[in-house]
Design a protein around this ligand. Structure first.
Ligand SMILES: CCC(=O)Oc1c(C)cccc1C(=O)O
Ligand SMILES: [Ca+2]
Ligand SMILES: [Ca+2]
Ligand SMILES: [Zn+2]
Length: 324
């Protein structure tokens, strides 16, 4: 008797109801979504796997439930990791025709309740992991769709440009994750914005976020090359200098005036197509910000023609953030 697909109900980190694709093996229901690629699988680290021992201990135990109702507070992190992985899978499939992060239907695995009071989320090379946060800086990090989209995009990047996670290539790596995490949020259309992590950051503080793409300086990240961080912290400021290409991406899509330059704005759909083509066809592991500019101009030219409004806006946006 093989397992059969089932539909469960769950409550997410923010207390929102959602239906889940689960699998029934005759006795219990597990968080296995067999409707997408070769499956989406969600696991529990039970706060017993941490940064020191994770490589031997991941993925933890497959998430099982007796009645196909995932409504306890402990369930919430798993509900959103599972559901948002599906949303992100659909985004890449529907918008770019990409079948999972490897474009070959790779199974997508997430582990929640990682560490203790762990204020991080990550793609660890084989799967995603999500901490619960400390309840003050963060709540369970899988509760943010842009966070899940960000983490899964690290996998897409690893299977395409494979941008080295250091200095400018690392900041591009980070920016790609913010861009596609945000485009995933707009694709789903529930409270989308150009902020990063707003749904799971500082529950006690309203209207703040981890980062802003529309105005990186709101959180002390640079929005111009002349203000880049040149130290060694955070692998050369990969989560800080990402503000420079993030600002450019925002301007390309939405338009605006910055550093005395006005960008018209070509919209999110064209931004996504231009960025996806650059990530998968032109960028390499050592690409610099300047090479990102030329890759995006080439992609816009390929897709929409030389000297069109798309090429004009990509050029103006990178001029505006000081990248030639
Ligand atoms: C938007 C998601 C994000 O930035 O996750 C991270 C956190 C919260 C801490 C450290 C690294 C990351 C990451 O995925 O880059
Ligand atoms: Ca957001
Ligand atoms: Ca907050
Ligand atoms: Zn990241």
């Amino acid at each position: 008797h093989t397992a059969e697909d089932s539909i469960g109900t769950g409550v997410g980190v923010l207390g929102d109801q959602k239906t889940l694709n689960t699998s029934f093996d005759g006795s219990a229901y597990s968080l296995i979504d067999n409707t997408r690629g070769n499956g989406i699988f969600t696991y529990d680290a039970a706060n017993k796997i941490n940064e020191r021992n994770y490589f031997f201990r991941l993925p933890g135990s497959l998430w099982v439930d007796a009645d196909n109702e995932f409504t306890s507070s402990y369930d919430r992190a798993a509900v959103d990791a599972h559901y948002y992985a599906g949303v992100t899978y659909d985004f890449y499939k529907d918008v770019f025709g990409r079948d999972s992060f490897d474009d070959n239907g790779a199974p997508i695995k997430s582990t929640v309740h990682f560490g203790r009071n762990y204020n991080n989320a990550a793609w660890v090379g084989t799967q995603m992991i999500y901490g619960d946060g400390d309840g003050s800086n963060f709540v369970e990090l899988s509760g943010g769709l842009d966070v899940v989209g960000h983490e899964l995009t690290h996998a897409v990047t690893d299977y395409s440009a494979n941008l080295i996670y250091q200095d400018e290539s690392g900041a591009i790596n980070e920016s790609m994750s913010d861009v596609f995490g945000t485009l995933t949020e707009f694709h789903e259309g529930i409270n989308p914005d150009w902020d990063i992590g707003e749904d799971i950051y500082t529950p006690g503080v309203d209207n703040d976020a981890l980062r802003s793409m529309s105005d990186p300086t709101k959180y002390d990240d640079p929005d111009h090359y002349s203000d880049r961080y040149t130290g060694t912290l955070d692998s050369g400021g990969v989560h800080t200098n990402s503000g420079i290409p993030n600002k450019a991406a925002y301007l390309i899509s939405e338009g605006g005036a910055h550093s005395g330059i006005t960008v018209t704005g070509i919209g999110r759909d064209k931004l996504g197509q231009i960025y996806y083509r650059a990530l998968t066809q032109y960028l390499t592991e050592s690409s610099t910000f300047s090479q990102l500019r030329s890759s995006l101009i080439q992609s816009a030219t390929d897709l929409y023609g030389a000297n069109g409004p798309e090429v004009v806006d990509v050029t103006a946006a990178f001029d505006a953030v000081g990248v030639q």
